[in-house]
Design a protein around this ligand. Structure first.
Ligand code: MBD
Ligand code: FE
Length: 282
């Protein structure tokens, strides 16, 4: 795609780091006790020592690691690195014992405070927004099937170039981001466009790691959602598209079979799909 559309690592990384520091620092600094810190950090450091011994790591490799770690911070890519290669296991552990809809990782590009939209609505988008139109509809219920009137669905997604508003240049602030208020029966019907797959920026430290290791840089196309209702556990999830590229080899390991949509052509043009959300009691 053309240079003006490019999300540089430095720009999107800096935005993702700023976002994290704004939204998450307070909760992350809340009381972790010394015994817990000691256990976790000692085990991580010991695991690193084991790798060094097992693979006879050299000084050149040690210094390559140091310079790469410095680069990740300079590029602002710690949120990207952690959410791509670590978050899926944190989510797996956090989801233990949950019975409602499957969730998956949040990733680095959630922004709170997206414009409020009624149950039947179109996500904010540009005139002639590129991409296949998608009518996404469903119902939010509790685990016994009871409708959760007034549930809230925060939605965010990449556009047809795989770019996120507020993390890539030249996109209106709230493009393809919205806070949809479900109706009294928990139902919603949102018109959007199908996103493109997302490629990790190739010009930053995460991109350099991917190239150096011979990996690929792609996530399958996905919609992000946070679903809330009073008295219920919030659900953070993503939905993917059947048959889409990288469904089987997401670089962020965040696809689950329950999260794959199979949209069908809609009578009025574009595609449509129904997906219901079940929230656990709080
Ligand atoms: C994304 O769009 C994303 O959802 C995750 C988890 C990581 C990087 C980019
Ligand atoms: Fe994403």
């Amino acid at each position: 795609s053309d240079a003006t559309l490019k999300a540089t690592a430095a720009a999107s990384g800096a935005s993702a780091t700023e976002r994290f520091l704004t939204d998450k620092t307070v909760q992350t600094e809340a009381g972790t006790d010394a015994a817990r810190v000691n256990t976790l950090v000692t085990e991580v450091i010991t695991a690193v020592h084991d790798v060094i011994r097992r693979h006879q790591v050299t000084y050149d490799e040690y210094n390559a690691l140091k310079s790469w770690l410095i680069g990740v911070g300079q590029d602002g890519e710690w949120p990207l690195f952690l959410d791509v290669w670590v978050e899926h296991v944190v989510e797996e552990v956090a989801a233990t014992g949950r019975g409602g809809s499957k969730g998956t990782i949040e990733g680095p590009y959630y922004v709170p405070g997206a414009p409020a939209l009624p149950a039947t609505s179109t996500l904010p988008m540009r005139e002639n927004e590129a991409g296949t139109q998608l009518l996404f509809q469903g119902q939010v219920t509790g685990v016994s099937g009871e409708p959760l009137g007034g549930a809230l669905l925060e939605m965010w997604q990449a556009d047809d170039d795989g770019l996120y508003a507020q993390f890539a240049p030249g996109i209106p602030e709230w493009n393809l981001r919205g806070s949809v208020v479900a109706d009294a029966d928990g139902r919603f019907a949102v018109t959007t466009v199908q996103p493109a797959p997302y490629q990790i920026p190739t010009d930053g430290s995460c991109g350099r790691l991917i190239a150096a290791a011979g990996w690929h840089a792609w996530r399958p196309a996905h919609l992000h959602l946070k679903v809330y209702a009073p008295g219920h556990e919030p659900l953070t999830t993503q939905l993917y598209f059947k048959g889409g590229d990288h469904i089987q080899d997401d670089v962020a390991s965040a696809v689950k079979p329950e999260l794959v949509l199979d949209p069908r052509p809609a009578p009025g043009g574009g595609n449509e799909v129904v997906y219901d959300f079940v929230l656990d009691p709080a």
